[in-house]
Design a protein around this ligand. Structure first.
Ligand code: NAD
Length: 721
């Protein structure tokens, strides 16, 4: 009778509902599932032969929540807050009907239960959770800009108390079985094979089919409202923490607090209505769309190697060569060995190569200390990294990553030496951050095998890898580079060759803008804080110090040399030159825009005001924020127009995961859609008049604004990127 739920009733009158959404690796809430569950619940309520119910799953996990592929299009379809609230309201009504159907219902949670999956379990009267290493339960909706809209905010708070529930929902944390039991989220934990039988044992006790909040005299554990000192702490401190962490750029955490605060003071059903109202506002807003589209849907596609050319056999790197065991080479060696790959780490001397290998030892020692890695695992990983200065050791490598100094002649030299040893089919990838790949490939005898694989520092923490396709790079080489990134479980974006590719080019614009602001007399603290308020992890002056001003200057001069008469001085050029002359070269070199005292946190260099006096009148902080967001977005548009970026999703993912563009925007191109393309264009025109032609909207943007188009096709208009 149902496609998504298997319904069986045994001789004792116990109905078992086994969730099994067809065609999906995990159970998710789909419209069909909702209809099937509604039908099943009515059957249970009406059939007097049914005495109790067990809900479980046929898949490895219990249920992962709503199908975001459906929700992600809501904003672009122009859904209103009221319509979006109805979506949550319908699910709330369904789960509530299950909870009040008059029969005791037990959830046999055989695996992970997240979001709407946990909410379904919370709407049951009893929960048995499988005690297995990979099992977690939680309400992670906040991470995609939403709140648990199927009763999660109301049931969890009433079940375990507001003070315990609030941080779990606001931070979207998940917990393992032992913690879930301790908190009271589940009633029992059991070996995975026993969850159903334990649920049946509970049903055999003939329990009353009532949720705690439907019993007379129910009180929320720990109380509600602001009369309670524990809750004053939870809400006041919670609010301040949310403000500190999000700068009010993400609406979901506050909506969650309001839903819990208001809803828990009301009768349960009215609490559910409050939850739906807040859910509606979030789903109808752009931030949820942005987070779902970029960090869920498009990240998922990128992780599944959506940009991999079709028709090329899947490959695996078994043995990897790395040229240069410095900061980047050492990091690449670690993550590769971690993925089970044999690594040959080569530098100019054995000692230098050993030093690079030592980086892995250090990371592993930390891991052991924290109990995340065993000694055996550490030994095995280290045994996969061979430190050497002998090119002959590269024989048999399927892929070689070059990470020597950022100098063309040195890169050309190591390329030739490596190619003398490696097989004809081996892929050679440069980790250069700025030098065009097509140019570097000139040093290679096999330019079709040459590609850019640009990692970010620190390699073991940064999730993004930018793959750069040179003019002569073959499709097979691209496929193999993507396969390798897939092996590392990192997120790849694919870009075409250009100076600085995508990420380095875009991050350069914000550094320049920061420098230009100094020259305008804007207070350095305002520059830095405005960037953080916009959602960047650090300000542009701090970024420059990290990248080092010395390197920025080198790149700028190299570009000037290469482009000759075509070189256009970036707006921060003179300021950067001045800093170099002053010997303020960056963090590594002892100080740049900041001082780095040994005994305390970094602080802005007081000497800045001597060279760039601070004006008496300062711009509004919103204007400074806007300049940062706009300048990076505009550069991204130029990359898109020039074909450096082929798919908007690559710019959005690359900007958030690689260079810290604020996540609430959905990325540097989605930000433009968030404001509205015509609004963005009008604002560019104002900024260009005020600050210079670098803010001029491009021709394609103006066309897009006039045509009412965006970067992504609207739902129904074609396939999303
Ligand atoms: P680094 O100075 O830390 O390391 C470079 C290493 O290359 C050194 O160990 C050096 O001894 C070795 N080396 C130099 N000449 C060599 C040769 N002829 N043969 C073998 N080894 C040689 O530099 P890094 O920060 O690791 O950067 C390496 C590359 O990665 C550069 O192209 C850089 O642009 C790029 N990159 C750097 C970052 C970053 O944040 N540092 C990020 C992405 C990409």
């Amino acid at each position: 009778m149902s496609n998504t739920i298997r319904f069986e009733v045994d001789a004792g009158g116990i109905a078992t509902l086994t969730l099994d959404i067809p065609g999906k690796p995990v159970n998710v809430i789909t419209p069909e599932f909702q209809a099937d569950l509604a039908q099943a619940v009515e059957h249970i309520a009406a059939d007097t032969a049914i005495k109790g119910v067990v809900i479980t799953s046929a898949k490895r996990d219990f249920m992962a929540g709503a199908d975001l592929k459906h929700l992600v299009t809501a904003y672009d379809r122009g859904i209103s807050a009221a319509e979006a609230a109805d979506f949550s309201g319908a699910l709330n009504k369904l789960y509530r009907r299950l909870e009040t159907c008059g029969k005791p219902v037990a959830a046999a949670i055989n695996g992970l239960a997240l979001g709407g999956g946990l909410e379904l379990a919370l709407a049951c009267h009893y929960r048995v959770l499988a005690d297995a290493p990979k099992v977690v339960v939680g309400l992670p909706e906040v991470k995609v800009g939403l709140l648990p809209g199927a009763g999660g905010t109301q049931r969890l708070a009433r079940l375990i108390g507001i003070a315990s529930a609030l941080p779990l929902i606001v931070e979207g944390k998940h917990v393992k079985p032992a913690e879930a039991l301790k908190l009271g989220i589940v009633n029992e934990v059991a070996p995975p094979g026993e969850v159903v039988s334990r649920a049946r044992v509970w049903l055999a006790t003939d329990p009353e089919p009532l949720a705690p909040w439907d019993r007379k005299g129910f009180k929320v554990p720990g109380g509600v409202g602001m009369q309670n000192p524990g809750l004053v702490q939870a809400f006041l401190v919670g609010n301040s923490l949310v403000a500190k962490n999000t700068w009010h750029n993400f609406p979901a955490p506050n909506a969650i607090m309001s839903a819990v605060y208001e809803g828990c003071q009301l009768p349960f059903d009215r609490g559910l209505a409050v939850e739906s109202k807040y859910f509606g506002k979030l789903l109808a807003g752009p931030v949820a769309r942005n987070l779902m589209r970029t960090l869920f849907v498009n990240k998922g596609l990128a992780d599944a190697l959506a940009r991999r050319p079709a028709g090329i056999a899947k490959s695996q790197v078994g043995k990897l060569g790395i040229l240069g065991a410095g900061m980047m080479g050492a990091g690449i060696a670690y993550v590769s060995a971690q993925a089970g790959i044999e690594v040959v780490l080569l530098d100019t001397s054995r000692e230098a190569a050993e030093k690079g290998r030592g980086y892995s030892s250090k990371l592993l020692a930390k891991g052991i200390q924290r109990g995340k890695v065993t000694q055996d695992q550490a030994d095995a990983l280290l045994s996969r990294i061979k430190a050497t200065s002998d090119y002959a050791d590269l024989a048999g490598c399927e892929l070689v990553v070059e990470a020597v100094f950022e100098q063309r002649d040195i890169k050309a030299d190591v390329t030739a030496k490596a190619e003398a040893v490696i097989g004809k089919g081996t892929v050679l990838a440069s980790n250069t951050s700025t030098l065009p790949i097509t140019g570097l490939a000139q040093a290679s005898k096999r330019p079709a095998n040459f590609i850019g694989i640009h990692f970010f520092s620190p390699v073991d923490k940064m999730p993004l890898v930018e793959i750069i396709v040179g003019r002569r790079t073959s499709e097979a080489t691209l496929a193999r580079a993507l396969d390798y990134v897939g092996q590392l479980k990192k997120t790849p974006i694919v870009v075409n060759d250009s100076r600085g590719f995508y990420t380095s080019r875009v991050i350069g614009t914000i550094s320049n803008e920061g420098q230009a602001m100094l020259a305008e007399g804007i207070a350095p603290a305002l520059i830095e804080n405005a960037a953080k308020m916009a959602g960047f992890p650090v300000g542009p002056l701090a970024v420059s110090d990290e990248v080092t001003l010395e390197l920025q200057w080198k790149i700028t001069r190299q570009t000037e040399q290469d482009l000759g008469a075509r070189f256009i001085k970036p707006v921060g050029y003179d300021g950067l030159e001045k800093m170099i002359q002053l010997g303020r070269l960056g963090r590594r070199q002892g100080g740049g825009y900041y001082d780095y005292p040994a005994d305390g946190p970094k602080r802005l260099w007081p000497g800045l005001k001597d060279h760039w006096p601070v004006s008496a009148e300062q711009p509004p902080v919103e204007e400074v924020m806007k300049r940062f967001l706009f300048i990076e977005s505009l550069e991204s548009v130029r990359c898109f127009e020039e074909g450096v970026i082929a798919h908007p999703a690559d710019a959005d993912l690359g900007s958030i995961l690689g260079i810290g563009y604020p996540a609430w925007t959905g990325g540097a191109l989605s930000y433009i859609e968030t404001l509205g393309v015509p609004e963005f264009v009008a604002e560019c025109q104002r900024l260009a008049k005020r600050y210079g032609p670098r803010f001029k909207p491009t021709r394609s943007l103006k066309k897009m604004a006039a045509a009412g188009e965006g970067f992504y096709p609207l739902p129904g208009a074609g396939k999303s990127a």
